[in-house]
Write a protein that binds this ligand. Structure first.
Ligand code: CP
Ligand code: NVA
Length: 323
């Protein structure tokens, strides 16, 4: 471990052994610590320096849904940190044939140093974490996508120089991305506005939680069906697919419900002139975003995608590295 890494990880703050199930469980100070660590690891990678705090450690990666970014960035990330990643498709695990979550958790805890899981239910992840003695990282559920938001906060901090006071407008489905952006943004004192048709607005309990956090940390949350109002003066415009994984059957219904919520040049013009456009990807050009916007000069979607690697390397180092 290099001297500089030791300096960063030597802060009083110690995240060793913690789970990462939702940003709700983390303080702004802890999130800033992870972002600092991510910036450090990114810089070392760009300089070609090898930093291996996870030598001899193994991450199990359980996928019950498809993935490009999450799978590849976790697997490449753990290798770069000196460790090993094992891809575990749920169809191949006994979990897929009915073995209980608690038995799986106890068995995997005996082999591995951390588990990353992408699945449907947040409660399932919580149960897995409850019965595991190693850190469990949420690689996306129907409710939250905290790893994506950690990378997004890193991207905003790099490009805008700060998080507090930034106005982010999320347009589209009140889904896992909307939930994690509301929670993460509220914790960092950002102004978050969500524009979605009434039927597709974010979960009420999560919205209330985010409002409370925003109040505590000097930010704000607005949920509306009015795109113009939500977009006005935005530093960041964010969108995501209208039909998430598992909602493919609703595709047609959703295309019509969201038709007035596309992020296109007309909409972008309502935001600040230096607005950045963000999308977690994968994207559907011509649906939630026009090709002109996602492939245009305001788009930072590939910076976000790259930052998945750096942010998750920080997360794994903090949670799975030595005390
Ligand atoms: N943004 C994201 O999580 O992408 P994948 O579904 O490809 O992992
Ligand atoms: N809301 C999307 C995010 C994909 C990264 C989904 O859950 O499919």
């Amino acid at each position: 471990m290099g001297i500089e890494l030791a300096e960063i990880t030597n802060k009083q703050l110690n995240l060793h052994g913690r789970d990462f199930l939702s940003l709700v469980d983390y303080t702004p100070e802890e999130i800033y610590y992870l972002l600092d660590l991510a910036e450090y690891l990114k810089e070392q990678k760009k300089k070609g320096n090898v930093v291996e705090p996870l030598k001899g450690k193994t991450l199990g990666m359980i996928f019950e849904k498809s993935s490009t970014r999450t799978r590849v960035s976790f697997e490449a990330g753990v290798y770069q940190l000196g460790g090993t990643g094992i891809f575990l498709s749920s169809g191949d695990l006994q979990l897929g044939r009915g073995e209980s979550i608690s038995d799986t958790a106890k068995v995997l805890s005996g082999y591995l140093d951390g588990i990353m899981i992408r699945t449907f239910s947040q409660e399932g992840i919580e149960e897995l974490a409850h019965h595991s003695t190693i850190p469990v990282i949420n690689g996306l559920t129907d409710k939250y996508h905290p790893c994506q938001v950690l990378a997004d906060l890193l991207t905003i901090k790099e490009l805008k120089g700060k998080l507090k006071g930034m106005k982010m407008c999320y347009i589209g489905d009140g889904n896992n991305m909307a939930h994690s952006l509301m929670i993460g943004g509220a914790l960092m004192g950002m102004e978050i506005s969500i524009a979605a048709p009434e039927e597709y607005q974010p979960n009420k309990a999560i919205t209330i939680k985010a409002e409370k956090l925003a109040k505590e940390h000097g930010g704000g949350i607005i949920v509306t069906d009015n795109v113009e109002m939500a977009t006005d003066g935005a530093d960041i415009i964010y969108t995501d697919v209208w039909a998430s994984m598992g909602q493919e059957m609703e595709q047609e219904k959703r295309l019509s419900a969201f038709k007035d919520y596309q992020v296109n040049s007309t909409l972008l013009a309502m935001a600040k002139s230096d607005v950045i456009f963000m999308h977690c990807l994968p994207a559907h050009r011509g649906e939630e975003v026009s090709a002109e916007v996602i492939d245009g000069e305001h788009s930072v979607v590939f910076d976000q995608a790259e930052n998945r690697l750096h942010a998750q390397k920080a997360l794994m180092t903090a949670l799975m590295g030595d005390k």
